[in-house]
Design a protein around this ligand. Sequence first.
Ligand SMILES: [Zn+2]
Ligand SMILES: [Zn+2]
Length: 247
Amino acid sequence: MSRPLALALEQLLLPAECLVCHQLLGHGFTDDLVCPVCRLRWRPVRRPWCERCGQPEPHFGPCRLCRDWPDQLRSVRSAVWLDGGARSAVHALKYGGLARVGRDMAAVLARLVERPAARSLLIPIPLGARRRARRGYNQSEALAAPLARIWGLMNRPELLVRTRDTPTQTALTPTARLANVAGAFAVRMGVRGLRTESQDRNPAIVLIDDVFTTGATLAEAARALAAAGFQSITAVTFGRASLPDFN
Ligand SMILES: [Zn+2]
Ligand SMILES: [Zn+2]
């Protein structure tokens, strides 16, 4: 089936109502999945936060969340707290087969998070092959593609691969999360070509992920990119989960 036809069919099959509150979407919003009211209810992550990891937890002395990250991972920012309607949107993106909601999330993210430096490359956190095949798409890519359009930056999902499927992180303690993702990423060799084709010899990388919890996945991806020679890595996520209490 042609892509325009598939899109038209999807429009017909999906009722034009908000994914979160189920109110009918008004004229002019029928391309959206989440209504303007629900988008405004998503709770922005605000300062004061740790300048590096963006975690607004009060802390004294060095921040424990980001102290073991590789030096090249300079900052991480998240748009909204993962609760209420924001959690529903992430759920639809991850488990509901609704890649299109990534556009709604990207629009809100771009409003709340500062645009990265010009000529930065966006790299969505890759999924393992098996999980990607089961889901049919990578949710981080569904977020990175519209973000790249809004920000006018290049989206380069092919640069980073996940070398193995890692068990889901949800039930793991922060330490177990680190071990779980160790060595899970590799940089494609084509990156050398990228260096010569790019105006920048060492372009800034912006990792894109749907949710930030402890940062273990982002730190591990940054480790692989740093080993390949990238010096400036930041990351942006749509949601930030409040850290579960592991005591
Ligand atoms: Zn709504
Ligand atoms: Zn920190």
